[in-house]
Design a protein around this ligand. Structure first.
Ligand code: ATP
Ligand code: MG
Length: 293
């Protein structure tokens, strides 16, 4: 049961790398968020929903305990929170907040795979994820847990290698470190409590999840319309990226040609249009999709 009678709660990062995109997702799902004078809690004015704005580290616990019904958090943080206790359920990946937890070390360290870490000290803010990875690789190493500035550990001789989040690699490079191995590929995920909300809110919860799935699915998706010779239909359908069966409609006064409409789930590049044209397509239009369900 949700702890607050009559209202759903969604946990989002208060400020940081996931904060803005999380709020965008909530808004795109049709929730009108109003910032009150309470910084911790934003209200949704058109549904009985509150946003709990917290540090991302707290989100998995709040959702696992049912204090919040939904949450948006990085897989890296979720995995680090895994401790054998009850867990939040992952509903779906959200396609943003991508980063990779990597092993990095100074170039002087000979690295030929995880076994090269045997007996070394590795600094990280993700001791549990690193511990599990080392165990799976059959490697014994000392883990030095640091809250931040992990990348300075080798220079300070606190550790010979580090395990840290990387997106562009610029921070590693600036500290004379090179990425050597991947421990975890991460992105933001939607998580939900393992317990159901109070019955009156169950339907609302499901519909919010479904809307968010629609928002995520429509990101990057395009609606493609074109005219095609009947004879080239199969070839053209095969070129359309990530499309299901297209809609085929007659063109008035033309027996040899049809109009084709399709939802493409993957990016539609200029090269795709050129191939469609070469296959006989004309009047090709590519439109953004605002909502999808
Ligand atoms: P908080 O104050 O909420 O604890 P934080 O400092 O722990 O914030 P941020 O730096 O805002 O966290 O990162 C939030 C999440 O964004 C990370 O846990 C990760 O999932 C994701 N992320 C994406 N790219 C990067 C990156 N280059 N470095 C770190 N995290 C990244
Ligand atoms: Mg944090």
């Amino acid at each position: 049961m949700s702890t607050v009678q009559g209202r759903l709660r969604i946990a989002v990062q208060k400020s940081g790398r996931l904060a803005e995109r999380s709020l965008d997702l909530v808004r795109d799902a049709g929730l009108r968020v109003v910032k009150g004078n309470n910084d911790l809690l934003y209200r949704v004015e058109n549904y009985p929903i509150d946003l709990l704005r917290v540090r991302d580290d707290d989100i998995p616990t709040f959702v696992a305990d049912g204090v919040c019904d939904l949450g948006i958090v990085g897989e890296n943080v979720l995995e680090e929170g895994r401790n054998g206790g009850p867990m939040a359920e992952v509903v779906m990946p959200l396609g943003f907040g991508r980063c990779t937890l990597k092993i990095a070390a100074p170039p002087a360290l000979d690295y030929a795979g995880p076994a090269s870490l045997q007996g070394l000290r590795v600094a990280t803010s993700y001791p549990r994820v690193l511990r599990r990875w080392l165990e799976a690789e059959g490697v014994q190493a000392d883990i030095v847990t640091m809250r931040g500035a992990v990348e300075v550990a080798p220079r300070l001789k606190l550790a010979q290698a580090i395990c840290d989040l990387v997106s562009t690699g610029a921070t590693l490079e600036a500290n004379g470190l090179a990425a050597r191995d991947t421990v975890l590929d991460s992105q933001a995920v939607l998580i939900r409590a393992p317990t159901a909300p109070e019955p009156a809110l169950a339907e609302l919860l499901d519909s919010i999840v479904e809307r968010m799935a629609g928002v995520v699915a429509s990101q990057g998706a395009k609606y493609v319309m074109l005219n095609a010779p009947r004879s080239a239909l199969d070839e053209i359908a095969a070129i359309l990226p990530g499309a299901g069966a297209p809609t085929v409609m007659p063109l008035s006064g033309r027996d040899d040609a049809v109009a084709v409409h399709a939802v493409c789930q993957e990016a539609v590049f200029w090269e795709t249009l050129e191939r469609l044209k070469a296959a006989g397509a004309s009047a090709i239009l590519v439109l953004p999709i605002e909502k999808m369900m």
